[in-house]
Design a protein around this ligand. Sequence first.
Ligand code: PLP
Length: 366
Amino acid sequence: MDPAQIDKKLVKMFGQACTRCIAEIVVREEDSAARRQPTPALTQEEIDLQALDLHTVGLSYRQIAQKLSVHLATAYARVQRAVRQQKEATREGPSDARALELIKLERMERAVMPVAKVGDPAAVRLMLGIIAARQRLLRVAAAEGLVVIEDNPYGFFARDASFRPTLKSLDTERVVIYLGSFAKTCFPGARLGYALADQEVSTPDGEGTLLADHLAKIKSMTTVNTPSLSQAVIGGLLVSNGCRLRPVNEPTIEFYRRNMRLLLDELDAALPPGRRAELGIDWNTPDGGFFVLLTVPFVADEAAVERSGREYGVLWTPMSPFYLDGGGRNQLRLSCSYVAPDRLVEGVRRLAAFLTDQATSVALGG
Ligand SMILES: Cc1ncc(COP(=O)(O)O)c(C=O)c1O
C-alpha cells in the first residue's frame, strides 16, 4: 500500500479513537503532557512538540489552544509544524507510523483502564474503541486481530444491586466474544452454555462467515451435537419466562448475595485486619460470583487440603491447578454458592483455626 495512504488511514483510525471522552479521561488519569504549561524558557520548537504531545494524548485543538494560551489556529499550526518536524527528523516510514500509533493507543489504554475496571460504562466503551482501533491497525500490518473474551457466567450475581452492562452490550465494533452459561441461572445438569461471536472471519477456502457459525460447526463435530433434551429443558425455561432470566433468578441472586456477604463478614471477624497481616494472610473482596480467593504464607496444595479436611473438618480448593505456569501455590479458593448459612459460619471457624496453625508453623520455620 502507498505509505501516504497508510498514513491517512492511521490518522483516521486514531481520530475515531480520540473522542472527547478520551481526552477527558486521559487528562484526568495521566500526570504527563496535559498538565504541563509552556514556560518562557521553552523554544518555539519545544512548544510545537508540546502541542503535538497534547494532541497524541487525545486533546482537541481547542483544548490544546486553552492549555497553551494561544488561538485555535495557532494550536493547529503548532501541531502540524511539529508533525512535519518529526517526519523530517525521523524519515518515518509506514511501519514507524504504525508503531507510533500503537504506542499512543497503549498510552490511552493505560490511562482509561483504571476507570474501565471499576465498570464506568463510558470508559468501558472507550476501552473497546481503543481495542478496535488497535485491531484495525494490526490488520493493516498482518491478518491478525485482537478480541476480548468476556467469560461471564456470574454476571447476574453481583454483590450489590448496581447494574453493570456487559462488555458485549457496549461492543459496537464486534471486538468482544461473549461466553454465557445456563448452569448458574437455570439448571447445572443441563451442561448448556452459549457464545456470541459476530466477528467476520474467513474459512480456509477463503469464504466469509461469522465466527459463531464456524464455532458451531467445530462444536457439532467434536461433541456430535448438543443433547436435545438439555436444549429442550433450557429452551422451555426461557420461553416460559419470556426469555428474561434475571427476574426469575431474583430469589437465587439474593441468596448468593447474602452468602457472599456472610462469608466475607465471618472471615473478617475470625481474622481481623491486624491479625491476618501478622499471619501473612489476605483475601480479595469480589464484586460478586461464588468464590473468595485467599493468599496464604504456606503451600496450599493437595497435601494441605487433605490435612485441613482430616484434622479440621473443612475443605477448600487449591488454586495451582488453575494456572499453567506454576502460579497459585499460595492461593486457595472458598466457595459459598449454595452452602447453608450455618454451615458457612462453622466452616469459616474451622478454616480460621487451620490457617492460623499453618501460618504460625511457617513463621516458626516448620
Ligand atoms: C469463570 C467461569 N467460566 C466458565 C465456567 C463454566 O461454566 P459451566 O461449565 O458450568 O457452564 C465456570 C464454571 O464454574 C467459571 O467459573
